[in-house]
Write a protein that binds this ligand. Structure first.
Ligand SMILES: *Cc1c(COP(=O)(O)O)cnc(C)c1O
Length: 428
């Protein structure tokens, strides 16, 4: 990207032309620091939209005014509150409304989905799960416990694809080859759409097709993809997916999660599942009859009535995504992350005597989202601490990796320029 310049004027020029520049004002930037905070951890906890308070207060007021009758009398009746989020969440992940529901938390949803979609054949051949090596810890535990839950041996049934010796990224060809190799032993593929550590984006369509070609179910954890990547879950034919609302989706700490079940499974009441009353057919739910009759689509996986305050926070954020549109968000993501990459390369080149920064994240923009994972060669945690002291909020992973994610809705090109300046200052 040789048309970039590492200067304040150039960064400000990009900001002036940014079609999403007004969205920055919709968010609160942290004020805890004596320096101006430069926030790059939207991949960990997105910033608070200024509108969130209003959405939550509306529900607190409804609770005060109506008590239990708020289920029916609130402006957005709590009885069906999740329906306010469905279409908007579906737009973010490229799905049909029937395929999406916002409910529970991410790891809970992964378990609920795997209970339905990881069905190893008892005494049969098709029993294995394929996943990525060094998946996010919660996913590792979830996968391991699912295998054990079926009484199967972990070492044999949980198959990991790892980067090759001396490499940081998993080669897609290795995933596809492993799927082929496992063939009719493969029950399920479950991978993070974007790897949380390296920022590598996997070709979910290709992996889904390869999995289906050998008769396996294919699901993705989209914690680092939802609100970041331009997803087309329906068209790609993905069987199931789940994501959290609090990373790129800015929906409050520990906020509610989304789940996706492809239309082809949506009308199948025979699918085994862990059931609860909120997944019961809406028309007859309150007859409270024995025997479970699930709602059609992803809604049929809901267990409990929705946590309205968390749902309200998510709705506030989804309304911002709706206004910005994933297409424009994706365009800015590519340009801003490329600019950040340029700035880091420039600082690295200028300071190569003392320290170089190697990008772990793919340089190909079709193989990544907003996140860049940078390996600081020749420096340890002291560099990161110096950066933090200057007001930069980033993420450190031992032994020497800094993760940053400029978020298209609220980060600016100027933020990226300042990141470079403060990084350079931290070296010296
Ligand atoms: C953030 C994240 C989680 C967190 O799970 P919770 O259930 O929301 O605590 C799980 N998996 C991945 C891949 C993540 O990035």
């Amino acid at each position: 990207m040789s048309h970039f310049e590492n200067s304040l004027a150039f960064a400000q020029g990009l900001d002036a032309k940014d079609p999403l520049k007004s969205f920055r004002d919709k968010f609160y930037f942290p004020t805890f620091h004596d320096k101006t905070v430069r926030y790059f951890t939207g991949n960990s906890l997105g910033l608070q939209p200024k509108s969130t308070k209003e959405y939550i207060l509306e529900e607190l007021d409804a609770w005060a005014e109506y008590g239990v009758e708020g289920h029916f009398l609130a402006k957005r009746p709590w009885f069906a509150y999740h329906e306010n989020l469905t279409q908007k969440a579906a737009n973010v992940v490229g799905a049909l409304p029937v395929e999406v529901v916002v409910t529970h938390s991410l790891t809970t949803n992964l378990h609920l989905l795997m209970v339905s979609f990881y069905r190893p054949e008892i005494n049969g051949k098709r029993t294995k799960i394929l996943c990525e090596a060094k998946a996010f810890p919660s996913d590792q535990y979830a996968l391991e416990s699912q295998v054990k839950f079926h009484g199967l041996d972990l070492a044999e049934h949980l198959v990991e694809v790892a980067p090759r010796e001396g490499e940081q990224l998993i080669r897609e060809e290795d995933i596809l080859a492993k799927i082929d190799e496992l063939g009719d032993e493969l029950a399920m593929v479950m991978i993070g759409g974007v790897n949380y550590y390296t920022g590598q984006l996997f070709d979910m369509e290709k992996i889904t097709k390869a999995g289906h070609a050998v008769g396996a179910i294919v699901g993705f954890d989209l914690a680092h993809a939802a609100g970041n990547i331009n997803l087309k879950l329906h068209d790609w034919g993905v069987d199931f997916a789940a994501w959290c609302g609090y990373k790129y989706l800015n929906s409050s700490p520990g906020g509610v999660s989304g789940m996706f079940v492809h239309e082809r499974h949506a009308y199948n009441p025979e699918l085994p599942r862990f059931a609860g009353w909120w997944g019961y057919d809406k028309e007859t739910r309150f007859l409270m009859q024995p025997g479970f009759n699930p709602m059609k689509g992803a809604e049929g996986w809901q267990l409990s009535n929705a946590p309205i305050l968390g749902m309200a926070a998510h709705l506030a954020s989804l309304d911002i995504f709706e206004e910005a549109g994933m297409e424009r968000i994706g365009e800015k993501r590519d340009l801003m992350t490329a600019y950040m990459e340029f700035v880091i390369d420039n600082i690295s080149e200028k300071n190569k005597e003392r320290c170089t920064f190697e990008l772990i994240t793919p340089r190909d923009k079709t193989k990544r989202g907003a996140q860049l994972s940078i390996m600081a060669k020749g420096q340890g945690k002291a560099l990161f601490d110096a950066l933090s002291a200057e007001g930069v909020v980033a993420d450190w992973r031992e032994p020497n990796v800094i993760r940053i994610a400029p978020a298209p809705l609220y980060n600016s090109y100027e933020d990226c320029y300042w990141f470079g300046q403060l990084l350079e200052k931290a070296i010296q």
